[in-house]
Ligand binder design. Structure first.
Ligand SMILES: Nc1ncnc2c1ncn2[C@@H]1O[C@H](COP(=O)(O)OP(=O)(O)O)[C@@H](O)[C@H]1O
Ligand SMILES: CC(C)(COP(=O)(O)O)[C@@H](O)C(=O)NCCC(=O)O
Length: 347
């Protein structure tokens, strides 16, 4: 049975959200074609993350349809600003007379076509919730729509301060907390991409080395869509000492997604992934966690739980989860990683 529920506060006031169960959400894919194979999905899936073609069809296809509608509508909105800025004001007509600009983006041919402004999508959520899989999947799915073939993906870990700097500031045990990022550099990056700068570069983080890779940059070439994935992308701007507030990266999002799950489940996924990494990445010569490769099972579980309980768990509770209400869309995952319900901001 289809369930689309207009969430209501206890006193009966409507909220800005609409909640859908999985069945109702999946029907909204309408006739959107599925452009990926099971092999594609396997390639995009992160370690210890679980996702298959059914999940893509039922959860991510409707999402790409919604995003495609948003991209088109947002482009029309940018065109409106461009028209306002570059065309002659209309002659005031008699009351009730239509505006000569008529919403068509022209004024006797005076308005030039607007430059394309990349559509920016933020993807937030806890460590180990599966953000990178969702981001990679959306990149592939969105790039297959003819209206926006160029989709770039950037993760905010590239904007973490290098370990040496974190150590200097006493923040090594707070990696992933808002203060562990170069937020100004991240903001400058997003503004440059959004302004249409032809090539913008971002620093690169290595999970293997647990640090920023010196002298390596990721290049972003004027995409149609930019996906920005990271723990803290929905943070509002912090107040300066004098009380002023600047802009935050989230101020430049055209759409945002919060990937949600119970903190108990995410902790379990983190520990499971840590155990899987012990058999794989941790064994590599250059892995920062090389010393964890030879831990016994019990020691590895203890170590992963400690990392979670001292860094990622508190960060989730204090900084990440409080930003959930700012997201345009919340995808809630159940214990088996499948999305069980969806919340969309409708106004
Ligand atoms: N120590 C590590 N060594 C190698 N890869 C890692 C390590 N920790 C995390 N990863 C990988 O980095 C990616 C990002 O992880 P994370 O930031 O926890 O976000 P999420 O799980 O939400 O995608 C995942 O694909 C994960 O498998
Ligand atoms: C690198 C991360 C902060 C994630 O960064 P993000 O891309 O979400 O900005 C996180 O994966 C991490 O390493 N946290 C530190 C504690 C730990 O080792 O799990």
């Amino acid at each position: 049975m289809q369930r689309i529920r207009e969430a209501r506060l206890v006193n009966g006031t409507t909220t800005p959200y609409v909640e859908l169960d999985r069945a109702a959400w999946s029907r909204l894919a309408a006739s959107t074609p599925l452009p990926l194979t099971a092999e594609d999905v396997e390639r995009l899936r992160g370690l210890s993350d679980e996702i298959d073609l059914t999940e893509v069809r039922e959860v991510y296809l409707p999402l790409t349809r919604l995003l495609n509608l948003y991209v088109r509508a947002t482009s029309a909105l940018h065109q409106a600003t461009q028209t306002f800025l570059t065309s002659e004001p209309p002659h005031p007509g008699k009351p009730g007379e239509p505006d000569v600009n008529g919403g068509t983006g022209t004024n006797g041919g005076a308005a030039p076509a607007a430059g394309r402004t990349p559509f920016v999508i933020g993807i937030a959520g806890s460590v180990a919730v599966g953000k990178s899989t969702v981001a990679r999947l959306l990149r592939e799915l969105l790039a297959r729509w003819p209206d926006h073939p160029r989709v770039s993906l950037v993760t905010t870990d590239g904007f973490l301060l290098p370990n040496a700097e974190l150590e200097r500031r006493g923040l090594l045990q707070r990696k992933g907390f808002p203060e562990s990022y170069d937020q100004r550099a991240l903001l400058r990056f997003v503004v440059a991409v959004k302004s249409g700068v032809p090539v913008v570069t971002a620093p690169v983080y290595s999970h293997l080395k647990y640090d920023i890779v010196p002298d390596k940059r990721l290049e972003v070439h004027a995409p149609d869509i930019l996906l920005i994935e990271g723990l803290n992308v929905l943070q509002p701007a912090r107040a300066h000492e004098d009380g002023r507030r600047g802009l935050a990266v989230s101020d430049f999002f055209d759409f945002s997604i919060y990937l949600d799950a119970s903190p108990v489940d995410v902790r379990e996924w983190y520990v499971k992934r840590f155990l899987a990494l012990r058999e794989t990445a941790f064994r590599e010569e250059e892995s920062y966690f090389r010393r964890y490769a030879d831990l016994s099972h019990a020691e590895a579980v203890e170590r992963a739980c400690r990392l979670w309980d001292t860094i990622n768990g508190p960060n989730l509770e204090r900084n990440v989860q409080p930003t959930r209400g700012r997201a345009r869309l919340v995808l809630h995952k159940g214990a088996d990683h499948s999305v069980t319900r969806v919340r969309l901001r409708k106004i």
